[in-house]
Design a protein around this ligand. Structure first.
Ligand code: GLN
Length: 254
């Protein structure tokens, strides 16, 4: 049966939960939260950001978009311990209900089944992405360009990780590596998607220079909350100029 068009409030609102802003915001990943927030306000959509640090409880059902940034191994271990228990239970339920969740690098790794560090210590992940990561001896660093099947524009950014991530059966790749290493430097996959959970190694931060990806996530969150909602046009000339510079630089350095 066709889904009834839901009555939308006069003022749309998206609630963004930023997981571990102090511990997991390596390489400016905080810029992703700012991008989602601003791209709502520029369109007259209300937005609110809640920061969830270690020891702070999640509010189930409040959040429309979760953001989980990158961090060093030490921070990852700390955060992983805090995630187990209530937070993991809530985030699994939210992921299964189709909430938008974006994890970058360390946040991506902890969204998987486990992260095994270089000493072989295994850190339990959230299990909201069917991926597993093992730290390697070589760091994968540099510009990263990814071709996806759901965006016209390629994604550009940079990567800096030793973790090698492999996809399980229930996750599909975010895209194909055009320049760089991606998930593991071997199978040409980059990132992962499962339900509305997205993970990748793209720092930059990824969303300011890839406005189409930012809007894709916003659209998914609005669709989930209010039903089909068209995003009004934004003049992304500055963002797209930065995108072209990054794309050009990536091709020149590989
Ligand atoms: N500690 C992880 C690794 O090196 C993630 C690093 C990061 O978030 N940039 O693979």
């Amino acid at each position: 049966m066709e889904e009834q068009a839901r009555i939308k409030p006069s003022k749309l609102k998206l609630n963004i939960t930023w997981l571990y802003p102090r511990e997991m915001s390596t390489y400016g990943d905080r810029g992703n939260v700012l991008t989602l927030y601003k791209r709502c306000l520029w369109r007259g959509i209300e937005a609110e950001v809640e920061e969830i640090g270690i020891g702070k409880n999640l509010k189930k059902d409040w959040t429309d978009i979760y953001f989980f940034g990158g961090g060093q191994d030490v921070a990852q271990t700390l955060v992983a311990q805090d995630l187990l228990g209530d937070k993991k239970k809530i985030l699994k339920e939210e992921a299964e209900e189709g909430k938008v969740i974006l994890g970058i690098c360390g946040g991506y790794q902890l969204s998987g089944i486990y992260y095994r560090d270089f000493e072989g210590k295994e850190i339990e992940g959230l299990g909201i992405l069917d991926v597993a990561t093992r730290a390697g001896s070589k760091r994968m660093m540099g510009n990263l360009v990814v071709e996806t099947q759901f965006l016209e524009e390629k994604l550009v950014g940079f990567e800096n990780h030793s973790g090698k991530t492999k996809l399980g059966q229930n996750a599909k790749a975010l895209g194909k590596v055009v320049v760089g290493s991606g998930n593991n430097g071997g199978d040409k996959t980059e990132g992962a998607i499962q339900n509305n959970v997205y993970g990748c190694y793209l720092h930059g931060p990824v969303l300011p220079k890839n406005p189409a990806f930012a809007d894709y996530l916003l659209h998914q969150a609005l669709l989930k909350k209010y039903g089909e909602t068209e995003l009004t046009f934004l003049n992304d000339s500055t963002e797209l100029a930065a995108h072209e510079v990054a794309l050009d630089r990536a091709h020149k350095t590989h």
